[in-house]
Each structure stands twice: as structure tokens, then as C-alpha cells.
Design a protein around this ligand. Sequence first.
Ligand SMILES: Nc1nc2c(ncn2[C@@H]2O[C@H](COP(=O)(O)OP(=O)(O)OP(=O)(O)O)[C@@H](O)[C@H]2O)c(=O)[nH]1
Ligand SMILES: [Mg+2]
Length: 258
Amino acid sequence: MSGNPPLVSIVLPTYNEAGNIVDIINALHQCITHPHEIIVVDDNSPDETWRIVEEIVLSNPFVRIERRMQNPGLTRSIQHGIDRARGGIICWMDCDFSHPPETMAQLISHVMEGHDLAVASRYIAGGQYKSGLQWFGADESALAVLLSRFINVGIRWSLDPRFHDYTSGFIAVRRHILDRNRLTGDYGEYFMDIMYRAILQGHRYKEIPFVSPPRRSGVSKTGTTFRQLFWRGTKYLRTLFKLWGLRWRRVERVAVQR
Ligand SMILES: Nc1nc2c(ncn2[C@@H]2O[C@H](COP(=O)(O)OP(=O)(O)OP(=O)(O)O)[C@@H](O)[C@H]2O)c(=O)[nH]1
Ligand SMILES: [Mg+2]
């Protein structure tokens, strides 16, 4: 890449991350050597994560806070951050330390080196999900971990098996891809949607492994009861049908052009 490196925008969606947000911003700022901005998008957290960030903003001009008062949701929050990002490379990740900040630095380097998207994956050699998870007495449900693995295998083999972690949510992307593809969906299913559309559009991606430990502080926002997990599963299924439709229309279009 010639000239100055593009600005990197890191979007951090937060809901009740008061115990993690200071450390995650500091860790990212230390790891990322390229010019960057950090945009925290908080859904008016009751633990006042937004207020902590407002304090940080006063002495750190590279940090911004977007406090959303309406229509909460993970996908909408990330899209809100993307819409306000100034960088040529846009990234996002979870803020609970299950996404290591050093891995974000690696993702950015891969995009700087020419890939359109770089994704951190738990399901390629060297990656691992919930390392250190205690199956009994832990905050995070073993059922949720199992379901996530199961959903991933199903999605992977019904879309494009060359890509591995369709629910990663840990990514660096060139801006033009996000200009063309807005995030849709409610929670984790937005990721398979954007990723598969990018694959269909022929964008170059790189997957790198990462080991995902359980969250460091606070509690998970992902439901862990059977009913919540079931509803989550149906949203993935709906997105899967939509993406099959997209692939089908694409195959038809290519056939007609021939
Ligand atoms: N702005 C915003 N952020 C959210 C919302 N829900 C979750 N988040 C953030 O999204 C990230 C992922 O949420 P987690 O609760 O860790 O959920 P998860 O990683 O899918 O599930 P676990 O594997 O149980 O940790 C964290 O940074 C949360 O603070 C939301 O509704 N709005
Ligand atoms: Mg998490």
C-alpha cells in the first residue's frame, strides 16, 4: 500500500462493560501502532459504562463515545459506530476480553497488507473457544458454548466451508465493503450475513486463529436459558434461508449472462 496508512476506526459496542472498558481501550491503544480512533457505542448501560468513557474522552482525543438512548441492540450499535467512523479500515470486537486486543492488531496488519477483510477465528488450527471455561459453577453456560459450536458447523457446511467462523464478530474490514453492505439482523447472526455476502462478492479475506477466554468481568448478554437459545437459533436459521436465496439468485444471474 502506498502513501500514508489509512486511519483505523475501532468500534466497541458496550452494554454494562464498566469493569472492562478502561482496560480494553488502554490495551488497544498500546497494541495498535497505526493511526486510530476508538468509537464506543453504548446502549445507555445501567452501570454507566458511557460515563466512564465520557471521562476518558476528556484526555484522549482518539476516543469517542456514542450513547444510544433508543432501540438498543448489538447489530444496530455496531452499524451506528460504522456510520460515524472516519477510517478507511473499520474494525469491531467484543469488549469483555474474550477478543484479545493483540489479535485486533494482527487483523489490522492483514488488511493493511492487502486483504479486504481479516477475521479472527476460533475454529481453525490454533484457535479455541472459551479456553479456561469451567463447566460447572461458571457464569457462562456450557449449553451456549455447545450450541454455538453446533450452529457454526451447520452454517459453515450450508454456506461456504472454506470459511470457518461464521459467528466470530471479531473483524477488520475495508470501508468500501461496509458502504456496500449494511449490517442486518439482531444479534450474532449479522456476522454470517455480512461475511457470506462479502464472500459472494469475491472479496479477499484472511482468517487467523485466536484463543477466546471467558469474559473477564461482568455478565454475558447472550441468553443462556433453553428458550433464549432456541429463539437465537431460529434467527440464525432465518438468516441462513435468506443467504441461500441470495446464492440462488446469483447462480441464476450468472447462468442467464452466459
Ligand atoms: N451497544 C450494545 N452492546 C451490546 C449489546 N449486547 C451486547 N453488547 C456488547 O457486545 C459484546 C458481546 O456481548 P457478550 O455479552 O460478551 O455476548 P457474547 O460474547 O456473544 O456471549 P458470551 O459468549 O456469553 O460472552 C460485548 O462487548 C457487549 O457489551 C447491546 O444490546 N448493545
Ligand atoms: Mg462475550
